[in-house]
Design a protein around this ligand. Sequence first.
Ligand code: AMP
Length: 176
Amino acid sequence: MSIENLKAAVRNIPNFPIEGVQFKDITTLFQSPEYLKEMSDILYEKYKDKGITKVVGIESRGFFLGPTLAIRLGAGFVPIRKPGKLPYGVIEEKYTKEYGEDAVQIHEDALNENDVVVIHDDLLATGGTMIAAYKLVKKMGVKNIYIDFLIELEDLKGREAFTEDMIVDSLIKFHI
Ligand code: AMP
């Protein structure tokens, strides 16, 4: 099976949720047992020798593959969530979206200096969400951080939001 097969299984929804957005619907990819297994296998192969201790998933579609990858790696899973969802003490990072501000939070005791982390999300658009997540994880003094996306929308140039020292990878690349 090739990445092209996986790519073909992503459904494009024009003008959702607003005019001008080409929404990448990954439910069509995840509903296939073969594709789900393939994605899990590819991610496992990519990170199996990195010494990952925690997979951090970004709400909500980073929760689709995050825990699966964590189990395969023998690592723990940590959620990054929108404000008001996590019940214990949190660390927060604000970021600017196209319209207005948003924020992400993580439990203050979820990671420590012994952790090697991969942060996973479904899609890289502008990179704003992931940069905020990265800053949160960085604040917790972990050993190393890998950044991983299932999909990258290359034309939006989200890669440019990341600096040279950040290790970024994506599986399926679309122009838009
Ligand atoms: P960004 O912070 O701009 O990189 O946006 C990334 C987040 O927004 C991801 O968590 C995606 O789930 C969501 N997102 C942005 N653009 C799209 C799109 N075209 N299709 C599906 N999800 C998107």
